[in-house]
Design a protein around this ligand. Structure first.
Ligand SMILES: Cc1cc2nc3c(=O)[nH]c(=O)nc-3n(C[C@H](O)[C@H](O)[C@H](O)COP(=O)(O)OP(=O)(O)OC[C@H]3O[C@@H](n4cnc5c(N)ncnc54)[C@H](O)[C@@H]3O)c2cc1C
Length: 438
């Protein structure tokens, strides 16, 4: 008799886990996936975070291929295994791609001389799938799992999990007062960023031991692409970084988008923060570049609360903040053609008010970019804040990502320690491989 597996979250991690199981003959009718979003046939473009493939389904589709990027993976399974798991994720995206030959890898090799005096540059391979194709990939992938017998329960929000009696409790979002109860033998918890508060609440409720975390906060920087072209020619998704070892602070440019680059608003805990994505279709070309300037700050006592307080200070009338030293540069439009919602401010002071003198590091980063890219001058703007909430990461058994307190509950993806598609998917597969042993 096979274990009943319930997967909470049809995101990248959950879907890759289910795929590994079905690929290896695990009976689909023993797998149930519950998600508060919609199937790939019904999901709307503005539903950025929820539904089939989760935040990954509407993302830029950049599959990073290195263990130093995208959160923790090698920590659990070692370098070699981590790369092999990432290969499997990339293969899955190709396999359900309507044009697999369009998936291409950029693999920059050498740090250019003009960068060296000011920044380190992290170079690593990235596979590009393209946002536009993700919708089609989603449909093909979903169909494969449905044909394999997997049960999907859509538009249903899990609000409680009873780890002791192995029950998941959820509410149908479309039917008032309709409750769902699912029993499980094994649970895979992959709620991503949109479910981060839920993961945190469970950790508190069950007093799960956690790993120490850092603060990850900064801004989304936007400028015309022409200023960065000489670096983009070397590395599409460049990662500039620098470290202030003695201060416990490091900064990196994060998730660079070019050509058809759009800033995206993320809503977490009801607050607006910013991210970005790029379209592959030429029709969307706007010749802009955007990337996060993300700061990692170690040693802050309650990093989660600190980050949330900082984010709150940058909200006014329910939206975030925008600053450009050039009064003619205004917030851009989204790929749907509406202006990005934000309050325009005439100085960078609100950033100081929110994160104190840490803002100085961001200002310095921008000042040095102006030296490396001399045409940039004041032709840029920043959306504030960009944040990665590293919620308390529950302590797991490194061999199968199961909670040390509840060994039949596995945490995966952004709900654990991942920060990207490849690592999240790889964690899902890693857990599935363990389940297949039984
Ligand atoms: C705009 C944007 C662009 C991005 N671009 C990239 C990129 O190019 N490359 C990259 O590597 N990463 C990118 N990311 C990050 C990447 O998408 C995530 O790291 C990845 O999707 C995490 O996978 P996951 O499975 O952990 O969670 P997700 O993919 O976020 O999936 C979580 C799922 O859980 C569901 N859920 C949450 N709470 C509940 C609940 N209580 N009940 C039921 N269901 C629930 C959600 O509906 C969602 O479908 C981007 C993110 C965003 C927002």
């Amino acid at each position: 008799m096979q274990d009943k597996i319930v997967i909470v979250g049809a995101g990248v991690a959950g879907v890759n886990a289910a795929t590994k199981l079905v690929d290896n003959g695990y009976p689909g009718d023993k797998i149930t996936i519950i998600d508060m979003g919609k199937s790939p046939y019904e999901r709307k473009p503005e539903e950025v975070m929820t539904g089939f493939l989760g935040a990954g389904g509407w993302s830029d589709g950049k599959l990073t291929y290195h263990t130093a990027i995208g959160g923790q993976l090698a920590k659990y399974c070692g370098e070699e295994k981590a790369m092999e798991l990432m290969d499997q994720v990339i293969e899955n995206f190709k396999r359900f791609h309507p044009k697999p030959e369009a998936v291409q890898c950029s693999d920059p090799q050498e740090e250019p001389e003009f960068i060296k005096p000011y920044f380190g540059l992290r170079l690593f391979p990235v596979w590009h799938v393209g946002t536009d194709y993700l919708h089609e990939i989603g449909k093909n992938w979903y169909q494969y799992l449905v044909d394999g017998g997997v049960e999907f329960i859509w538009e249903t929000k899990v609000h409680a999990i009873d780890f002791v009696n192995q029950r998941v409790l959820a509410k149908y979002l479309t039917k008032e007062n309709h409750e769902l109860e699912e029993r499980y033998d094994r649970l895979i918890f992959g709620v991503g960023k949109s479910g981060i508060d839920f993961g945190k609440a469970l950790a508190e409720e069950y007093k799960l031991p956690t790993e120490p975390k850092s603060v990850q906060i900064g801004v989304r920087f936007e400028a015309p692409q022409k200023h960065f072209q000489k670096l983009i020619d070397v590395s599409y998704d460049f990662k500039l970084y620098r470290k202030y070892e003695d201060k416990g602070v490091s900064l990196r440019s994060f998730c660079t988008n070019n050509n058809a680059a759009y800033v995206a608003t993320e809503v977490t805990y009801g607050d607006h923060t910013y991210n970005g994505h790029a379209k592959k279709d030429e029709a969307y070309r706007n010749n802009m570049t955007n990337f996060g300037i993300l700061m990692e700050i170690n040693g802050i006592e309650d990093p989660f609360k600190w980050s949330r307080d900082a984010v709150k200070k940058l909200q006014k009338d329910g939206v975030g903040t925008y600053f450009s030293p050039n009064h003619n540069r205004l917030p851009s439009k989204t790929s749907e053609g509406t202006y990005i919602q934000c309050n325009i401010v005439d100085s960078i002071q609100p950033l100081y008010d929110a994160i104190g003198d840490y803002a100085l590091y961001i200002e310095e980063f921008i000042e040095d970019m102006k030296k490396v890219f001399p045409t940039l001058e004041n032709d840029w703007g920043i959306y504030m804040p960009e944040v990665k909430y590293l919620s308390p990461e529950p302590l797991v058994d490194y061999t199968n990502l199961a909670l040390t307190k509840y060994p039949n509950v596995h945490f995966v993806g952004d709900a654990l320690s991942a920060r990207g598609i490849t690592v999240s998917g790889a964690q899902g597969i890693y857990v599935a491989e363990d389940l297949l042993k039984y």
